[in-house]
Design a protein around this ligand. Structure first.
Ligand code: GLV
Ligand code: MN
Ligand code: MN
Length: 412
């Protein structure tokens, strides 16, 4: 099937993305952290969009938006279309939100056509995918899979606010989390559309991709503690400079992360205390994010990084505290559901590329509940986690049509 001549679905997708991009915690750039005011407003706006598409919608106990179309047999296992609406700091408008908006556009179109689903179709907008505020990651999708750890509620953001406090201010309900867990067998499939966030689709001249597996991720918060001192008087040989030690450690992360072609390791944040031009740094708090398609290779990489960092700390007379915050194994996608997504792409004339995902996604958590599959959409220059993120209206249109075909195949 050729691209719809007027790109109606692509334009509708862009329009809804534009509306959601207005909800930000920081004027002038898009930052929408889990349980912030902007997240609340975006969740409310998403609720309205889903209702306008003709579905019942609500914001659940953890702040996820859940829309539901019962279909002919409301008790049958249904299909969930989802992604997330939280963002990183200074984000693009497509990461996560595209998958939610495409779910809305798909149900809007299916209802317009008079489609009568044989089973329920749900559209979900998760809220805690980015790990940008609390130590948690994918907590809102893990809740559906019955894997919410109540200790996560005690995690704090950088301002010392606990997740529990933020959830209550948001209007959520810590007491309602257990009830979010879905019964095993009650969902027949989870579909997530997402921008690729990498350069492969563009390089291969394909609009759409089918994800084979999502790479595993290890994360940690680290703190190097030395001793503050006068930058003019303490001789170089007598210093315990936390930043100089951390700099050596960060170089280790980069070197070991590059040992294999398919591994990556990143220090994405570092805070220096007290942080003044004439004071020897006393403390550096930094983060580690290490990823690989193979769990044994990832474990080996993290072990090697931490061993070398500990050796640097000993040699320099500083202390190193390590707090692991995430250990998410590599997650294969469901081959049958992925094949169905691939067939849907082919049916609209888009031969998809098959590729692994270097980024994490809610599909990792949902794969614990039900078969999960992901459709990737080409993004310009492979750029993501950056306000320059962009996709074309043609590719948005193709993704909408592929998603609609998939839902027809599953719920027809
Ligand atoms: C999510 O965006 C990730 O960091 O993979
Ligand atoms: Mn994302
Ligand atoms: Mn992201």
């Amino acid at each position: 099937m050729p691209a719809s001549s007027d790109l109606r679905l692509g334009r509708r997708t862009m329009e809804l993305l534009e509306q959601l991009a207005r909800h930000t915690d920081e004027p002038g750039r898009l930052t929408r952290l889990y349980l912030s005011l902007a997240h609340r407003r975006a969740a409310e706006a998403t609720c309205v969009m889903i209702e306008e598409a003709g579905l019942a919608a609500q914001i659940d106990a953890l702040g996820s938006v859940a829309g539901r179309w019962d279909g002919r047999r409301p008790d049958e296992p249904g299909v969930i279309i989802g992604s997330h609406i939280d963002t990183v700091v200074d984000a693009g408008r497509f990461d996560g939100t595209l998958g939610v908006v495409l779910g809305i556009v798909a149900v809007e179109e299916l209802r317009r056509e008079g489609f009568d689903p044989s089973c329920p179709i749900e559209v979900l907008a998760f809220g805690d995918e980015e790990n940008a505020r609390f130590p948690t990651n994918l907590s809102t999708s893990h809740a559906l899979a019955g894997r919410y750890d109540p200790a996560w509620l005690d995690g704090k953001d950088s301002g010392g606010i606990t997740l529990r406090e933020a959830l209550v201010s948001f209007g959520g309900d810590p007491g309602g989390i257990d009830a979010l867990a879905r019964r095993p067998g009650s969902v027949r499939g989870y579909l997530e559309v997402h921008i690729e966030q990498g350069p492969l689709l563009e390089a291969q001249d394909r609009a759409l991709g089918i994800v084979t597996a999502i790479n595993g991720i290890s994360r940690a918060r680290l703190a190097v503690t030395g001793e503050a001192g006068h930058a003019g008087t303490v001789p170089m040989s007598m210093r315990r400079d936390a930043l100089a030690a951390a700099a050596e450690m960060i170089a280790v992360v980069e070197r070991i992360g590059a040992r294999h072609s398919e591994t990556v390791a990143t220090v994405g944040a570092a805070r220096v205390e007290p942080g003044a031009v004439n004071v020897i740094p006393a403390e550096v708090r930094w983060t580690l994010d290490a990823r690989a398609p193979d769990d044994a290779v990832r474990d080996e990489m993290v072990k090697a990084i931490l061993e070398e960092c500990e050796a640097i700390a000993r040699r320099r007379g500083v202390t190193l505290a390590i707090e692991p915050t995430m250990d998410s194994p590599a997650t294969p996608m469901d081959p049958h559901l992925a094949a169905l997504l691939g067939n849907a792409c082919c049916s609209i004339g888009e031969e998809p590329l098959h590729l692994a995902s270097g980024a994490g996604h809610d599909a990792v958590a949902m794969a614990h509940l039900c078969p999960a599959a992901m459709l990737f959409v080409r993004c310009k220059g492979g750029i993501s986690h950056n306000p320059a993120e962009s996709i074309t209206v043609e590719d948005a249109d193709a993704a909408a049509r592929a998603l609609i075909e998939s839902v027809r195949m599953i719920a027809g």
